[in-house]
Design a protein around this ligand. Structure first.
Ligand code: SF4
Ligand code: SF4
Length: 244
């Protein structure tokens, strides 16, 4: 039986998510027994074949990327945005008002046009099957999702906070004991608490989970000494652009 074909594609991005998939190291040979990679710009030339499963990283910032996505959607069984830029617009979609000013200053009318339309998440232009957030994605979570797709099933997206995974690892809580501004209490799990596990507060790159208690976290951040501007900046980094 033919192996399912998988393509990994980049829109406007730093390529961090596709690079992360190349870090699967000891699992690589096992994965390649089950799939055929037909496109992966950071590692190989395209075979020209149409994939069954397409993973797309990066935000949409050009008209030609919209056309590319629409064509891809018509030809694949599953289309999954990977990385927070593809899921919500990511860091480059931060501060739309300031960005409009900067772009108008530099590019005049053309800048206004760019600022109004882009960058946008993939789901605003085509139907997606689900998404894999992270900046970059987590390789273990990526493999977990790929395993489901190979069985023809969509994985369930975690709807619990990073704190849950942090507690399961028995980490010391950085927010409670060290008064560091950790965004874990409102951030969707799935990364295995990768930053708190190394003593760094979570920045929220998996996006906000459903029913997260944002106001409670804002009150705690205020209590540990952040002012309103600093709190807003913590939320602006990833969380203000919604769920993934
Ligand atoms: S989500 Fe992060 S790692 Fe992925 S393309 Fe955007 S900036 Fe790069
Ligand atoms: S360190 Fe952060 S993610 Fe871990 S339990 Fe504390 S608040 Fe939650």
């Amino acid at each position: 039986m033919d192996k399912p074909k998988v393509g990994l594609y980049s829109l406007t991005s730093c390529s961090g998510d596709i690079l992360e998939t190349t870090n699967i190291e000891e699992d690589l040979l096992t994965v390649l027994k089950w799939i055929k990679v037909v496109d992966m710009n950071v590692a190989m030339p395209s075979t020209g074949e149409t994939p069954d499963i397409a993973f797309v990283e990066g935000a949409v910032t050009k008209d030609e990327e919209i056309g590319f996505l629409r064509d891809l959607r018509k030809s694949v069984k599953y289309l999954i945005p990977i990385g927070t830029c593809a899921c919500t617009g990511g860091i480059i979609a931060r501060g739309p008002e300031e960005r409009r000013e900067w772009l108008s200053d530099v590019y005049k009318e053309a800048g206004e046009d760019i600022a109004l339309r882009f960058p946008r998440p993939v789901r605003e232009f085509i139907a997606i099957d689900f998404s894999i957030p992270g900046c970059p994605i987590d390789k273990n979570y990526f493999l977990h999702c790929l395993g489901y797709l190979l069985k023809g099933v969509l994985p369930e997206v975690p709807n619990y906070p990073v704190c849950m995974e942090c507690k399961m690892k028995e980490n010391e809580c950085l927010l409670h004991y060290r008064r560091l501004p950790c965004m874990g209490p409102v951030t969707r799990g799935g990364c295995g608490a990768r930053q708190p596990s190394f003593g760094r507060p979570c920045d929220g790159c998996f996006g906000i989970y459903d029913d997260a208690n944002v106001e409670a976290l804002k009150a705690i951040l205020k209590d540990i000494g952040l002012n309103n501007d600093e709190i807003q900046k913590r939320f602006d980094l990833f969380l203000e652009r919604g769920c993934t």
